[in-house]
Ligand binder design. Structure first.
Ligand SMILES: NC(=O)c1ccc[n+]([C@@H]2O[C@H](COP(=O)([O-])OP(=O)(O)OC[C@H]3O[C@@H](n4cnc5c(N)ncnc54)[C@H](O)[C@@H]3O)[C@@H](O)[C@H]2O)c1
Ligand SMILES: [Zn+2]
Length: 358
């Protein structure tokens, strides 16, 4: 597979020789030094393979951060900014973010702000980063348990996707990325969604074409509405409650959930609300619950969890009073933004989720 998706000032290249193409590009430019940002896992699993296929005469420095969402903080940024300064990164240096969404979100923010901005490239290595985090120019860090509160919209010069890096990704992390792919089907394409219903096994060869399609769906939405004035909000389907669930369990390490695991629950809850408020069909709600249930284990919520999660949705600046703003479905593949949902219905949605035999 060798596909290119072009933006105004950016490009996504999906190729099994992506490293080589990136080195060709970088070698053709007047960069002074290459910095590669990894986390401890992508250092072990991805860096050797990457460097083997990345010929260059330019000096390379590797900067490692600890793995995990809890390190997507301004404190980690300060450490990386200091490393860049110590290693004499100048305005013509370039940063390659080799990792999952934590590395691409944080690395994009670091590069956008270091010396008021140096060029950067994303080389996503997790499924979630390939289909979502690395696409669309949003970069940033968390503030305490509140997700993505500090950041910028800045597109990388290019994004390079090589799906063979998924061979070392743990199965749980594969599922986390799958949640975002399912979301792309629910908001944009019935035919795309149905391919997942027909998929018997989740392996990389089955997913290869679907990954490309997911990238195309997200990038076409972002191209039409980069600043999230309207259409881009559809990508938040499942995220109003999903983010609140994720934030809530960040404070409860024993029940810690991956981003996609939280979004998977959020999508079932939003689909239930779509039936209540949007004439979405009960049958399609069952289809969604069944497919998500095939891949994701059920989460137990206590009534205290639920009330704290509802409180967290209120931190979202798009919500006011006792109404929470949602993206809801009209049909599979078609959705509506800015739907106001009364708080009491959210409780009903959790009751529905609780009643499911997943
Ligand atoms: N910017 C956006 O538009 C956007 C969109 C969606 C999600 N996000 C963000 O993305 C983050 C989640 O991304 P993620 O799920 O990739 O998390 P992550 O970066 O923590 O990666 C998941 C885990 O997989 C490991 N890993 C990554 N690639 C690997 C590989 N090839 N082999 C072995 N291990 C590997 C990582 O070290 C980590 O332990 C969240 O912070 C979320 O907010 C951002
Ligand atoms: Zn998401």
């Amino acid at each position: 597979m060798n596909e290119r998706i072009s933006f105004d000032n950016s490009e996504i290249i999906v190729s099994q020789t992506a490293e080589n193409e990136l080195s060709n590009w970088i070698n053709s430019m007047a960069y002074s030094k290459i910095f590669i940002l990894v986390d401890e896992n992508t250092h072990v699993h991805c860096l050797t393979k990457f460097l083997k296929n990345f010929p260059t005469e330019l000096p390379i420095e590797v900067i490692e951060i600890p793995a995990g969402e809890e390190n997507k903080t301004i404190t980690t940024c300060v450490q990386v900014w200091e490393s860049l300064a110590d290693l004499k990164a100048d305005r013509n240096s370039v940063l390659i973010n080799l990792g999952g969404g934590v590395v691409t979100d944080l690395g994009g923010f670091i590069a956008s702000t270091y010396r008021r901005g140096i060029d950067f490239f994303h080389f996503p290595t997790s499924l979630l980063a390939m289909v979502d985090a690395a696409i669309g120019g949003k970069n940033g860090v968390d503030l305490g348990s509140l997700k993505n509160q500090v950041g910028v919209i800045q597109f990388p010069t290019k994004v390079y996707v090589n799906t063979t890096y998924l061979n070392t990704l743990p199965p749980k992390e594969m599922k986390s990325g799958l949640a975002e792919m399912l979301k792309h089907g629910l908001i944009k394409g019935l035919a795309y969604w149905e391919k997942f219903e027909q998929m018997h096994q989740m392996n990389i060869s089955a997913l290869d074409e679907l990954i490309l399609e997911s990238i195309q769906i997200k990038s076409s939405i972002v191209q039409k509405d980069p600043n999230e004035n309207g259409l881009r909000k559809t990508l938040n389907f499942g995220h109003t409650l999903g983010h609140a669930i994720e934030s809530h369990f960040l404070n409860h390490p024993q029940k810690y959930l991956l981003h996609g695991e939280a979004i998977a629950v959020g999508m079932i809850l939003a689909s239930f609300l779509s039936v209540q408020l949007n004439q979405f069909s009960e049958n399609d709600l069952s289809r969604i619950s069944a497919l998500i249930g095939k891949y994701f284990t059920k989460i137990e919520f206590t009534s205290k969890d639920i009330s704290q999660i509802i409180e967290l949705t209120k931190f979202d600046k798009k919500n006011f009073g006792n109404q929470v703003n949602f993206v809801l479905l009209d049909q599979i593949g078609k959705c509506k933004i800015d739907c106001q949902v009364p708080e009491s219905l959210i409780n009903d949605a959790f009751n529905y989720y609780d009643s499911l035999k997943l």
